[in-house]
Design a protein around this ligand. Structure first.
Ligand SMILES: Cc1ncc(C[n+]2csc(CCOP(=O)(O)OP(=O)(O)O)c2C)c(N)n1
Length: 296
């Protein structure tokens, strides 16, 4: 399966001719107006996406040799890189285990990290791994403001609500905060995870707080691939459940259209930063390959 996906990708990309569709586009020009994504920005995102995809392939390769111990990947979810690009590296992030593109795109914004190596060390459970000391393969890094999470689905949503609450509250009560006063918290999760009672409770807490006027700058990003391991999410469920909810501004993007997804992520991030209220970004993705490498 991984080989077929790679072969298909290589043959499609090989057929493209540089500059053919829009001749004369410079690095800073928009890659596809009206999206604000520049041509160079698109290349940078593509680099993060490729890195993420190859980490998944490396995870399976290491596993086949008995050297790697975690194969849940991000393949098909790489558009989450656009969410990182729409944020600031000082915005605290609590990430889904499929947010590899986000992790790599954020690492581009800060000097001094080696994110591919960090993730590879996590895959082989090395004690030299700087995120969790090799206890679990997770995305995180202090200097990237990515707070490590486990794969216990939705367990990070209450924490994200707390982080978002703390940003304006710290300023109000003059307590030092690790994040700037105009930062926003971002939290990504899957469509099945959105039904977990922990997620339901956290989202309710966020909108309940916002409803009574408490500032809560939180961007919830649902990476909706339509399936949770082997259980289908009912068609349209995420949009029906979150699309028109009191106190929760909803944005919707197709992850297969990178410039559009970036534009929507920019709008969502700006909305949260300006209004200091929670928003929900419904990012449509696909899951390529099995839930984990051991699945059919
Ligand atoms: C609390 C908890 N219950 C069950 C699991 C097992 N589990 C791992 S992933 C998963 C489904 C997640 O699906 P979704 O949220 O749609 O994310 P996806 O893997 O499709 O990206 C489940 C039930 C878990 N990790 N944590």
């Amino acid at each position: 399966m991984a080989e077929q996906i790679d072969d298909y990708f290589t043959s499609v990309v090989s057929g493209l001719v540089p500059g053919e569709s829009r001749p004369g586009v410079g690095p800073e020009d928009p890659v596809q107006p009206p999206s604000p994504l520049s041509a160079q920005g698109a290349l940078d995102l593509f680099d993060a996406q490729l890195g993420s995809r190859h980490l998944d392939l490396a995870a399976r390769w290491l596993r086949s040799q008995g050297k790697g111990f975690y194969t849940i990947g991000s393949s098909g979810h790489e558009s989450n890189a656009a969410v990182a690009a729409a944020l600031r590296p000082t915005d605290p992030a609590l990430l889904h285990y499929r947010s590899g593109g986000f992790f790599l795109a954020r690492a581009q914004q800060v000097d001094g990290s080696d994110p591919l190596r960090d993730v590879l060390l996590g895959l082989v459970a090395s004690t030299e791994e700087p995120i969790s000391g090799g206890r679990h393969k997770v995305f995180g890094r202090h200097d990237l403001n990515i707070i490590p999470q486990t794969s216990t689905i939705a367990s990070h949503l209450p924490r994200a609500v707390g982080v978002a609450f703390s940003i304006p509250r710290s300023e109000k009560v003059h307590v030092p905060s690790p994040w700037p006063a105009d930062a926003i918290a971002v939290c990504s999760f899957g469509d099945a995870s959105a039904n977990h009672s922990t997620a339901v409770g956290a989202i309710n807490t966020a909108v309940h707080a916002a409803y009574q006027g408490l500032p809560l700058p939180l961007l919830l990003v649902c990476e909706d691939n339509g399936i949770g391991i082997s259980t289908r999410t009912p068609k349209g469920w995420i949009a029906a459940n979150f699309g028109d909810r009191a106190g929760l501004e909803c944005f919707e993007a197709d992850g297969s259209d990178l410039p559009a997804a970036y534009a929507t992520a920019v709008s969502a991030a700006e909305w949260v930063r300006r209004n200091r209220k929670p928003a929900f970004l419904h990012l449509r993705t696909v899951r390529l390959m099995g839930h984990a490498g051991s699945d059919v």
